[in-house]
Design a binder for this molecule. Structure first.
Ligand code: APR
Length: 403
């Protein structure tokens, strides 16, 4: 296989054109290729960007099982680290939840997403899979027919076109797949009114747990990425510029909100990356529009509050690849409809828990005048129930580690 840049020649073709080389696109492409399906991945970024982009990194047990099933989990078994404890910090003190011993007894595997994407890409290329980097999908045409095509801008800037039997839209929230949905496509959405300043720090983790701090000044979060890099989150006002605060100011604010005076200082270091994420969720329904299928962020957006995005992307990619193989190789015409129904059930479960987490960790941002105290009392009651009720803790553990 050559990693050829598209030459901009006349229409090229594949049975399945996969848009996007993120977790969803690359897992789907690996499974399709292995299933004997003629597929190609079109990715607008270059290979280096795809392999180094720091995103999520908190994999649930089911994600590990899926990757294990297909022999794609070698890297995460070698370098991933198990996590099974949350520490909630409030003005009343702190409590730890060893969720790895609750619910189904499952833990997370911490494994940086860029490493997972690199593993998936390496497996795909070594198996002879086709991918075109630097190729931006502009639109999906004729998705309502059995001969859709994808208009692209080739790496050399020239226009091109790919013909397919199916197009797997795995190109995220701003990709061509979403832009090409028919006018009637349902998009259920919610703006939670919360924003986080996400930070990646060159500093060892400060806790041996996932830290969730609930403070009058706002939420702060702590999630280890590696032994030398830690992800922090600071709730911020909508519209905050990522570069607005100095590193020192950020560390001071993190320590204030994580009650460092009572529980000890944070390990400080250089902030490598900053980015503001607004908590918007949405779900496209259904996930099949003729010959265009959606998976990952192209299918639904979920807030980072419960770290579900990459896990949903992996689950949907396996379901989609299995459905496409059933349709193309075994003539199962109902497989793709089943895919949409089954994936949506998982999406809504993850959305519901993510919504619950948002309201556990943040004051109600849009409480009508005079109702703030009522909402805040509900929130504190949720936290207290989580601290004291084994049944609630089992429910939390099952959903926190589930997808
Ligand atoms: N043409 C080609 N490629 C595109 C286009 C386009 N028009 N638009 C976006 N892409 C590529 C991006 O460069 C990226 O590599 O599609 C890929 C989408 O990858 P992700 O955004 O990671 O989406 P997905 O695979 O669905 O994974 C989503 O993983 O990043 C984590 O938690 C995050 O929820 C998110 C999950």
């Amino acid at each position: 296989m050559t990693n050829s840049q598209s030459t901009g020649k006349a229409a090229q073709s594949a049975d399945v054109v996969v848009l996007g080389a993120g977790p969803a696109g690359l897992l789907a492409a690996n499974l399709l290729h292995r299933g004997g399906i003629d597929c190609v991945v079109l990715e607008r970024a270059d290979r280096s960007h795809v392999q180094t982009r720091a995103r999520a990194g908190f994999l649930v047990a089911n994600t590990v099982r899926i990757l294990d099933r297909h022999g794609l989990a070698g890297g995460l078994h070698r370098h991933g680290r198990q996590h099974g404890t949350c520490e909630f910090r409030t003005a009343e003190g702190r409590f730890r939840l060893d969720y790895g011993g609750l619910g189904r007894g499952e833990r997370h595997t911490v494994y940086p997403q860029q490493d997972l994407v690199t593993d998936l890409l390496t497996h795909y290329l070594e198996a002879g899979g086709r991918i075109h980097f630097g190729t931006e999908a502009l639109a999906v045409h004729d998705a309502d027919t059995s001969r859709p095509s994808v208009a692209v801008r080739e790496a050399d800037g020239r226009p091109g076109r790919w013909r397919a039997r199916y197009v797997a839209g795995c190109d995220g929230r701003h990709g061509a797949a979403r832009r090409s949905l028919p006018p009637g496509a349902l998009r259920h959405r919610r703006d939670h009114g919360i924003s986080w300043l996400g930070l990646l720090a060159q500093a060892p983790p400060s806790l041996d747990a996932v830290g969730y701090a609930v403070h009058d000044r706002g939420f702060a979060g702590h999630m280890a990425r590696t032994s030398e890099v830690t992800r922090y989150y600071l709730q911020c006002e909508r519209g905050t510029a990522a570069a607005a605060r100095s590193d020192e100011h950020i560390w001071d604010e993190l320590e204030t909100r994580m009650y460092a005076a009572e529980h000890g200082p944070l390990n400080r270091g250089r902030i490598l990356h900053r980015g503001v994420v607004d908590f918007e969720s949405d779900v496209i329904e259904p996930l099949r529009h003729g010959s265009l299928l959606l998976a990952g962020d192209a299918a639904s957006l979920i807030s980072p509050s419960a770290a579900k995005g990459a896990n949903l992307a992996v689950l949907e990619a396996e379901l989609l690849a299995q459905a496409l193989i059933a349709d193309l190789a075994h003539g199962d015409a109902a497989a793709l409809e089943r895919y949409s129904r089954e994936a949506l059930a998982h999406i809504w479960r993850a959305q519901e828990f993510s919504h619950w987490m948002i309201r556990l960790l943040h004051r109600e941002p849009s409480a009508p005048e005079g109702e703030s105290f009522f909402h805040e009392s509900l929130r504190l009651s949720r936290l207290e129930s989580l601290r004291t009720s084994r049944t609630h803790q089992d429910w939390f553990a099952e959903n926190y580690t589930g997808v």
